[in-house]
Design a protein around this ligand. Structure first.
Ligand code: AMP
Length: 126
């Protein structure tokens, strides 16, 4: 069940700050507080969706359109038009990277790895 007190719900309600990149009626993007790459932004819908499957199944068409519009505007704002990755972790026991905030978010990452993460990312990417 969706937890209304998760950190991204608090950001949407303005209860805690974020370093915002883009916003529209349906979505918001902001810099990850613990970036893995020189460009690392999270894109979230404003509606209450726990993960990407919940969002894809249950969000209304205008919410989905608004979300992807925010994604495009975020990529534009960061100067990203190639050479990037998108990640959507789903579930506390996800096989690859586990979800830690249970409000759907896309990670948009590009640019240089943070040096202290070289070792970790080499292992993951092998
Ligand atoms: P995950 O749920 O594993 O896909 O990742 C959640 C991401 O949210 C992590 O990369 C965190 O660094 C990031 N994060 C957690 N709290 C905040 C916050 N207050 N502002 C920005 N990013 C956050």
């Amino acid at each position: 069940m969706y937890d209304k007190d998760n950190v991204f719900a608090k950001i949407i309600r303005g209860e805690i700050p974020c370093n915002k990149v883009c916003e529209n009626d349906f979505a918001l993007s902001f810099y990850d507080v613990n970036p893995m790459f020189s460009k690392h932004v999270l894109i979230i819908p404003k509606g209450e969706y726990e993960n990407i499957l919940d969002f894809a199944k249950n969000a209304a068409p205008e919410q989905q359109a608004g979300f992807w519009q925010c994604f495009v505007q975020t990529a534009d704002a960061l100067g990203i038009d190639a050479n990037f990755n998108i990640m959507a972790n789903a579930g506390a026991d996800a096989a690859f990277i586990k979800q830690s905030v249970f409000h759907f978010h896309l990670h948009l990452v590009a640019g240089q790895r943070r040096p202290e993460l070289h070792h970790l990312l080499d292992e993951i990417c092998e």
